[in-house]
Write a protein that binds this ligand. Structure first.
Ligand code: MG
Ligand code: ZN
Length: 222
């Protein structure tokens, strides 16, 4: 069993490295958004695309077991979205992304947002070739999620503490949630966000802009 798992992850890592090289050559900045179901990923993406307002070419890969609902919400913003339905699968893998990339007509230097299947377990192990994993933890969940699912918070470079507009109605200990996340990953950057109130969206966009600039510089060097 362990050997099968190693083989699967080894193949995935090789494919992810190809994706990363493909993206790097084109100066495309790719983010892999991971979370539990219902953390507000799609709403946050919609708000992000609206705030970008076409300033940067952006496209989305939507991973869900079934339905095209999320891709349709993204397309309503005017951004192209490709839906991958994983069926019984509970995560995106690098091969799915490799097959999607050439079909998306991505502009050089664009932003690629990959919304993974809502699942805090195996997406942590499957590199897609992204520049960063972004973990979204909403305040409607438990503060202890980073300790319960440490692999995901260790693999992420940024955590969006989402739905903060709901804090007045909840007993969610923000400081404790952040402390738990930093215990698992001391270099994790944390941004408080809300797709409803817009809190944190400017800070999140500034983080994206810095990543885009690095991706563009790295493509010029390649
Ligand atoms: Mg979604
Ligand atoms: Zn899975």
């Amino acid at each position: 069993m362990l050997k099968i798992e190693r083989d699967i992850l080894g193949k995935n890592n090789a494919r992810a490295a190809e994706n990363r090289a493909w993206l790097r050559a084109r100066g495309i900045f790719a983010l892999n958004l991971v979370s539990s179901p219902g953390s507000g990923k799609t709403s946050l993406l919609v708000r992000t695309l609206q705030a970008l307002g076409g300033r940067v070419p952006a496209a989305v890969i939507e991973g869900d077991q079934q339905t095209e609902f999320d891709a349709e919400r993204i397309r309503a913003t005017g951004a192209p979205a490709l839906q991958i339905n994983t069926g019984k699968g509970c995560h995106l893998d690098a091969d799915m992304v490799a097959r999607a990339l050439p079909r998306m007509a991505l502009a050089d230097g664009s932003l690629l947002l990959i919304e993974n299947v809502g699942n805090l377990v195996c997406p942590a192990a499957f590199d897609l070739g992204e520049a960063h994993k972004v973990a979204i933890l909403s305040v409607t969940e438990g503060e202890d999620k980073p300790l319960k699912y440490p692999d995901m918070f260790a693999a992420a470079d940024l955590m969006l503490l989402n739905k903060v507009d709901l804090l007045p109605y909840l007993r969610f200990d923000t400081a404790r949630a952040i402390d738990y996340a930093l215990r698992v990953n001391p270099r994790l950057r944390v941004i408080r966000s809300s797709a409803t109130s817009g809190e944190g969206i400017d800070e999140w966009l500034a983080w994206i802009d810095a990543g885009l600039a690095a991706a563009h510089a790295s493509a010029r060097r390649a």
